[in-house]
Design a protein around this ligand. Structure first.
Ligand code: KG4
Ligand code: ZN
Length: 342
């Protein structure tokens, strides 16, 4: 084992995934995620159930992460954890666990902002991974977030725009629910959209200033549209499922791309890094591919494992902070609302 190796144990518990990872410098040795299935039957995350499940999962998940990394806890250099933003009850589990473990092992504690971690996930070292150079634009799109951030350096980030209501993943999931699809419906909309006509049903675009987003109006207009159509034809959804899904996806991707183009125009930065679960969407991937060809953008999409909520992304921030000796005091508390750079 090299002497200059830094081993970080990272813990993520901001929403409904309990995750622990071990990194050696910028390399991921393990990244264990326990996804809570319990929420599926409720059609969304139930905060009270999420915190209880974290409480059950955290010890076995950390054990697994250490075992997979083949590391003894005595070899760890520091413990990194998600301080926020997220669900308070969920954050408290990871925060308390990380604090106790760091105290027990007498090693530094490092707090991590979850949104910053989604962005810095691009710096986890992987084979064939191209890493963005500064400055770049980061768009984080998931079930909980929709943000465009100008990233000037690891810890110098400006939020250029964000959603004023629902996150983009929620727009996918809530639309899917209207169509009677199970939760989370985003991947199913993507699947059915493949064989549909994206221009079959035009949906209105939200009128939001600057680089902010709004998705609640789209959900309402889809609901009214479906209610009206099924009144006339009770089989409307079954008969038009693929076209409806393709039209919804086309609209959402168009909203995201319009804002990204605006952000490029405003900043002059053409390096675009995306993250979050919605990065898996084939429509947004295709649109970014086209932008590389047509607009000269360079785009970065990390491995899917690092797009969804995971502790490896917390670990890379832990490592970068460790290098700068940005340690956290034991008096730290979880922060449900936690803006990048505050
Ligand atoms: O990052 P993530 O796993 O969890 C958080 O929300 O933090 O993202 C999950 C979201 C869900 O809304 C899910 O429907 C959406 O990502 N999603 C997709 C696709 N895969 C996952 N949405 C559209 N198309 C997909 N292929
Ligand atoms: Zn997230």
């Amino acid at each position: 084992m090299e002497n200059n190796s830094i081993y970080i144990l990272a813990i993520e518990s901001s929403c409904d995934d309990t995750s622990a990872a071990v990194l050696c410098n910028k390399t991921r040795l393990s990244n264990v995620v326990a996804t809570q299935k319990i929420h599926e039957e409720y059609g969304g995350v139930v905060p009270e159930l999420a915190s209880r499940a974290h409480q059950q999962n955290i010890v076995p998940v950390v054990h697994q992460a250490l075992a997979k990394a083949n590391i003894d806890k005595k070899e760890l250099s520091a413990i990194a954890f998600t301080r926020g933003p997220g669900l308070m009850g969920s954050l408290l589990v990871g925060t308390s666990f990380a604090k106790s473990l760091a105290m027990g092992l007498n090693i530094p504690l490092i707090e991590v902002n979850h949104m910053q971690a989604h962005i810095l996930a691009h710096f986890i070292e992987e084979e064939n991974n191209k890493t963005p150079t500064f400055p770049f634009l980061a768009m984080t799109i998931s079930g909980g977030h929709t943000q465009i951030v100008l990233v000037k350096d690891y810890f110098k980030m400006d939020i250029l725009g964000q959603t004023l209501d629902d996150a983009v993943g929620e727009a996918f999931d809530k639309s899917a629910k209207i169509l009677g699809l199970p939760y989370p419906g985003g991947p199913l909309i993507d699947k059915y959209a493949q064989s549909g006509n994206p221009k079959a049903f035009p949906f209105p675009r939200p009128k939001v200033d600057d680089l902010n987003f709004s998705f609640s109006g789209l959900k309402t207009s889809i609901l009214y549209f479906i209610q009206k159509q099924t009144k006339e034809n009770p089989n409307f959804i079954e008969e038009n499922r693929d076209d409806i899904c393709a039209s919804i996806q086309y609209t959402i991707v168009d909203i995201l791309m319009t804002k990204l183009k605006k952000a490029v125009k405003k900043t002059g930065v053409k390096r675009i890094a995306i993250g979050g679960g919605v990065s898996a969407n084939s429509g947004i991937r295709k649109a970014l591919e086209n932008a590389e060809k047509d607009l000269g953008w360079t785009t970065y999409i990390p491995k899917f494992e690092y797009c969804t909520d995971n502790a490896a992304m917390i670990g890379i921030v832990g490592y970068l902070k460790y290098k700068e000796e940005k340690f956290t005091d034991q008096s730290v508390t979880a922060k449900a609302r936690y803006v990048i750079n505050t």
